[in-house]
Design a protein around this ligand. Structure first.
Ligand code: ZN
Length: 102
């Protein structure tokens, strides 16, 4: 299952939501095997992720800023584990966003 290939997508919704303490969330990383557009539409209807639902309700406008094709959930986990999604975002980090090693 973890070797199934799909598409990883990065959603960006500046300036983000206050999560807890001094943490703000302005990005969401997800994986889908069924097409990014339909998956994101699902999110924007308020389904699939509490964070995105809250962002939409707060008047933010989550946008897909980056995708990784033919990617596994293992790679998605690796990206999430960096705990630094803004670094991967071409919108927030235009000069230095890196391609994490798969
Ligand atoms: Zn961003």
């Amino acid at each position: 299952m973890t070797n199934q290939e799909g598409t990883i997508y990065l959603l960006c919704f500046p300036p983000g939501l206050h999560v807890t303490g001094n943490r703000y969330a302005s990005h969401y990383l997800g994986w889908t095997a069924n097409g990014v557009e339909s998956r994101v539409a699902y999110h924007l209807r308020g389904e699939g992720s509490r964070l995105i639902r809250a962002a939409v309700r707060a008047g933010l406008d989550p946008q897909v800023v980056r995708t990784w094709e033919k990617a596994t959930r293992t790679f998605e986990r690796r990206l999430k584990n960096t705990r630094n999604l803004p670094r991967l975002c071409p919108h927030c980090n235009p000069t230095g966003y890196g391609d994490a090693t798969r």
